[in-house]
Design a protein around this ligand. Structure first.
Ligand SMILES: [Zn+2]
Length: 468
């Protein structure tokens, strides 16, 4: 299996540290708002990676963090704590904010058929691990304390700082910055521990005692501390979005390797941006589309997943509703085909051809997760009238779906519709005939609440189970 390693900028053969098992860490959400579909694209890519590893027979220990303290509005330690921003906005406690958006995030993952990590870890529950790690960094001479009491990481002391991002360290240190923290020795230095004393965050609600006084941990240290706690000081794969390369992941490497004195992670994989017509999707840019936005517009979350599969994870993905329409239509056709195959399980098996398709599928998914090509294999298989029996096609498609995660195997369930649900569908049809769109939409929403998604396609309406 080959994957593209950001560290070397090459496709490399994947070799796990321990035979048959893989340690995987993926940076999780900062739970102060809903995830937008650009964030979710990254989680879909990571899910594909995990599924491909599983398909290849590896055991995967997957860790994802929940950032509920310490992430400032700028990744470079400027601005306010994102959780505090939400506390002000919604007049709730930090805990209530974090719980609410963690739940919303987990629901998004579930709707997108994303497998949950083996371990979820919250930053606020691991502060003592972070303190211990900062102490190691301090002991090894890689930190200093600013006049404001903050503990900083001294980047000039760490040979190889910025290798992940190919950063030109000299030019970065002399670059003009609008708002530089005066306590930093070098612009690239970053905070390991924020001190309440002397800081501009006097009102920060979450605080812990530490050897450096009361305060709270920086954002980067949490990923280093929690990944090492659960995966050890040296593990296989670390993932995130490309936006994490120059700062967050660069800093994670510096902290971890200066604490342990050895290589931390073998493979770094990064998912590219999702672009809107207006540019990169960002909460600040106001072009903020969530999964809920799509569902409210009658889209099936799996259509968004299909759209993600159709663009290689290392390519920028252009998002437009026309593109989503087309993904939804293609997905409906795929589901329709599977339904037909399920009903007409006939034809004779030609084992050789079955093996050809399986081989081709494995080849493309193992070539740096080439999912667009994997979809090509699937469509070629569906259209192959000559060489493959319906029974084999059906079996293979469900097997391939272990990687695609489109929920194709859930079609049997869909055929068993509770009476209450068929009544609702009937009612919605009547409203639609009367052109009472408001009532029809209400019925659709009620169905969604009860766990069913209705898709209107050119060939009729399709009912799907909402994978929640
Ligand atoms: Zn992280």
């Amino acid at each position: 299996m080959k994957i593209h390693n950001t560290l070397t900028r090459k496709k490399e053969e994947f070799k796990p540290i321990k035979k048959d098992s893989v340690g995987l860490y993926t940076c999780g959400p900062t739970v102060y708002n809903y995830a937008h579909i650009g964030n979710l694209r990254t989680y879909v890519f990571e899910d594909i990676l995990k599924r491909v590893l599983l398909y290849n027979g590896y055991n995967v220990k997957h860790i994802m963090n929940i950032t509920d303290v310490g992430h400032l509005t700028s990744d470079e330690d400027e601005g306010e704590d994102k959780i505090d921003v939400a506390v002000q906005r919604e007049q709730k406690t930090p805990q209530q904010i974090a719980d609410f958006y963690t739940q919303a995030f987990k629901e998004d993952l579930s709707k997108l058929n994303i497998l949950e990590p083996e371990i979820w870890c919250k930053a606020t529950e691991h502060v003592s691990d972070m303190i211990k790690l900062i102490q190691k960094i301090e002991k090894n001479g890689y930190s200093y304390i600013g006049k404001n009491g903050n503990v900083y990481f001294d980047t000039s002391n760490f040979a190889g700082y910025g290798n992940l991002a190919n950063l030109d360290f000299e030019s970065l240190n002399t670059m003009a910055r609008t708002e530089i923290d005066k306590d930093k020795k070098h612009p690239r230095d970053f905070v390991l521990w924020f001190s309440i004393k002397g800081s501009k965050f006097k009102g920060h609600i979450l605080k812990w005692t530490s050897p450096w006084g009361e305060g709270w941990p920086g954002w980067h240290i949490e990923c280093s501390a929690m990944s090492m706690k659960y995966l050890g000081e040296h593990f296989d794969i670390h993932c995130g979005g490309v936006d994490h390369i120059p700062i967050h992941h660069t800093n994670e490497i510096a902290q971890s390797e200066s604490a342990t004195g050895k290589k931390w992670v073998n493979y770094w994989l990064h998912g590219e941006f999702l672009l809107m017509k207006e540019g990169k999707m960002a909460k600040s840019a106001g072009n903020f589309v969530t999964l809920k936005t799509l569902i409210d517009e009658n889209y099936d979350p799996s259509a968004f997943r299909y759209m993600c599969l159709n663009t290689h994870y290392r390519k920028k993905m252009n998002f437009a509703f026309e593109g989503l329409d087309s993904a939804q239509n293609t997905l409906s056709t795929l589901i329709e085909n599977i339904r037909i195959l399920q009903e007409k399980q006939e034809g004779e098996t030609r084992q050789g051809k079955v093996e050809d398709y399986k081989k081709k599928f494995l080849e493309v998914i193992n070539d740096d997760l080439n999912m667009p090509k994997a979809l090509d294999v699937i469509w070629k298989l569906i259209r192959d009238e000559k060489n493959i029996s319906n029974q084999d096609k059906y079996g293979m498609l469900l097997d391939f779906d272990k990687v695609l995660g489109l929920g194709l195997g859930g079609i049997e369930e869909k055929l068993q519709i509770p009476q209450e649900i068929s009544d609702l569908i009937q009612k919605r049809e009547e409203y639609r005939k009367k052109k009472d769109w408001k009532k029809a939409d209400e019925a659709r929403k009620e169905l969604l609440d009860k766990g069913f998604i209705l898709q209107d396609t050119s060939t009729g309406t399709i009912l799907k189970k909402n994978n929640k």
